[in-house]
Write a protein that binds this ligand. Structure first.
Ligand code: AGP
Length: 613
């Protein structure tokens, strides 16, 4: 939700900021803007539309300043327009601010500032911030070194909600101040340059050394130095962290779109996720965890909580944990979980899955679980992300940066990681026969090769996409583990092709939805659960009788003549079959979106990381 970039160094800031915005555009893309410190004061250029639009504004190439901030917006308060775009300035144009997050008490602050003579020109929550900074700055009678920092800090202490903020000022031409609370912000550091961003991939080509700010930590930056302060403005020390991702993982590398690249990266991503966690004939290793047999034995329940695709990965985790460990697992949508007063105590273990590690609802659900005495495990892809700072234990998928809004490799790496976690639990509990676990482990180790095989369905899927891209409604069916995949396939299709789609447990069909099946409608089914295949085939038969066109994804030999298209995928262990069966559906969503000429990586109304509720 919104991307922010900043630069303080020796080069012209503008081209660096625009390049950063281009890389961050997947976080929001309805308007963009930039402000730099120029000889004559603060520049301000912004407009609605994509970053490309901003890059074409008259005068932008004349900006000379070597310190600047920039923003790409996903609108929350106020329609996309020039006035509502960031950066925002105070009335005297002394401070420019970019902000990611939501200021919940902006109405009260706006009223307070209006009563104190300030005027507002936008409908945003953000515009209160530069004006509050100005308010505190002018009220402060001390003229010491910390006056600027104090004004920013005092303003931030009045804010309720979430924020990552960058501030520059025409009065402090060698400085920038940044601070965060519940919204992401990283600081990349080189000798005489500092790069700021909402996330690491946007500035990975400049540095691999990062400082990660915690809530209410302030950084006062100059070209050569960074000073960190806590909320009392006492100085604190922070350690620089070296990030292993390389910069090409944040580039398209010859692919038309990030989504296609990320689909094809899945063999590698899964290899990385497995890493050294799985060993045949010895127990799974999670050096991050120390859960004892006694603790696991005493659990009443495990909750898996997440949003969207990550929640779908959780559904496959439920299947494996329950079957291997016989512990009841409930999978919940984070935005529901946090408000439904869930029954939590020290006998419930809560697992939170989030690719970005920044999803507001998932983090709030985690905080709630901790408060109520449950142990918490975060599964995430982003090192140092907010969720890792809250959870008792954090385990990483190591899938590499995922840039496309539609999640692909993050999903499969989450599915594999939660399956390995289930094996780990089963081994600690000594619940399951070693041979069964060893068979699953060896099937997991074979997966990267099998994903490569599965990807060879590309052309078949591309052709099918050409046949159905103009349809208005598409149905997905599955039973058991296949139902979890049909949910994810349906979400992928909606997200990037804008085709309405529904996913149903195949057996539910005749309890209502079958009324929607009419001649020519497309029904896509996943058939990998050997115990349930016959049952699902009967349901498919029912839709064929009513005129449906059928696409079937299966790892079994079927009577192909029965269906319009059959996609054969390699057979694997039932627990991890989603990792293969989702691939044709990812490709289908991709090619339909391409056929329709849509922006695959940046679908309308969406943003990669949802840092607001
Ligand atoms: C996936 O394609 C979606 N863009 C979305 O559902 C996503 O999975 C969800 O917003 C959760 O994000 P997270 O994994 O970063 O928490």
């Amino acid at each position: 939700m919104c991307g922010i970039v900043g630069y303080i160094g020796t080069k012209k800031a503008c081209p660096i900021l625009l390049a950063g915005l281009n890389r961050l555009e997947y976080r929001g893309y309805d308007s963009a803007g930039i402000s730099t410190i120029e000889k004559k004061g603060l520049s301000l250029m912004k407009d609605k539309g994509r970053v490309k639009n901003l890059s074409n504004l008259d005068g932008i190439n004349e900006l000379e300043g070597t310190i600047g901030i920039a923003h790409t917006r996903w609108a929350t308060h106020g329609v996309p327009s020039k006035e509502n775009s960031h950066p925002h300035q105070d009335n005297s144009k002394t401070f420019s601010v970019v902000h990611n997050g939501i200021i919940e008490n902006y109405n009260e602050l706006r009223k307070f500032l209006t009563e104190n003579g300030y005027t507002f020109y936008s409908q945003t929550d953000t515009e209160v911030i530069p004006n509050l900074i100005h308010y505190y700055f002018t009220k402060d009678e001390k003229n010491d070194k910390q006056k600027y920092l104090r004004a920013v800090k005092n303003a931030c202490m009045d804010l309720k909600g979430s924020f990552a903020i960058e501030v520059i000022s025409s009065l402090y031409t060698d400085n920038m101040i940044v601070v965060r609370k519940d919204s992401p912000l990283v600081i990349g550091t080189c000798e005489d340059e500092k790069y700021l961003s909402s996330d690491i991939p946007a500035i990975l080509s400049y540095t691999r050394n990062f400082y990660l700010l915690n809530d209410f930590e302030f950084a006062l930056l100059t070209r050569n130095n960074i000073e960190f302060f806590d909320k009392n403005l006492d100085k604190i020390n922070k350690k620089v962290q070296n990030i292993e991702w390389n910069s090409s993982s944040a580039e398209k590398d010859g692919y038309d779109d990030f989504m296609l690249k990320e689909i094809y990266e899945q063999p590698k991503a899964i290899r990385e996720t497995i890493g050294s966690r799985i060993n045949l004939n010895s127990k799974c290793e999670f050096e991050e965890l120390n859960l004892t047999k006694e603790y696991l034995q005493n659990l009443n329940k495990i909750y898996i909580v997440a949003c969207g695709t990550a929640m779908h990965a959780g559904l496959s985790g439920k299947n494996t944990i329950e079957k291997l460990c016989r512990i009841p697992v409930e999978v919940d949508i984070a935005s529901e979980f946090r408000y439904r007063n869930p029954i939590l105590d020290e006998k419930t273990l809560c697992i939170f899955i989030s690719q970005s590690g920044e999803t507001a609802d998932t983090i709030a659900a985690l905080k709630l679980s901790k408060e109520q005495g449950s142990k918490t495990i975060a599964i995430t892809n982003v090192i140092g992300s907010s969720i890792t700072r809250e959870a008792d234990y954090s385990i990483y998928t190591h899938a590499g940066p995922e840039i496309a809004v539609a999640s692909t490799k993050a999903y499969t790496s989450q599915v594999i990681l939660i399956n390995i976690l289930a094996i780990y639990f089963a081994e600690v509990l000594e619940k399951k026969d070693k041979d069964i676990l060893n068979k699953l482990k060896s099937d997991i180790l074979d997966l990267p090769k099998k994903i490569e095989e599965t990807l060879t369905c590309n052309n078949q899927i591309k052709n099918f996409a050409k046949q159905i891209y103009q349809e208005k409604d598409i149905f997905f069916l599955g039973r058991g583990i296949d139902e979890t995949v049909s949910k994810e396939g349906s979400l992928k299709l909606k997200e990037i092709s804008y085709i309405h789609s529904e996913s149903y447990a195949a057996g539910e069909l005749k309890h209502g939805p079958i009324a929607l099946i009419e001649n020519g409608i497309t029904v896509i089914s996943i058939l990998t659960d050997k115990d349930l295949i016959k049952k699902t085939i009967s349901n498919i038969q029912e839709v064929i009788t009513r005129g449906a066109k059928t696409l079937v994804i299966t790892n079994q030999k079927l009577d192909n003549d029965m269906f319009n298209v059959v996609i054969n995928i390699p057979d694997t262990n039932q627990f991890v079959s989603p990792i293969l069966s989702i691939i044709p559906l990812q490709l289908l969503a991709y090619y339909i979106s391409k056929e329709k000429g849509l922006d695959v990586d940046k679908p309308r109304n969406l943003a990669k990381s949802v840092t607001v509720e």
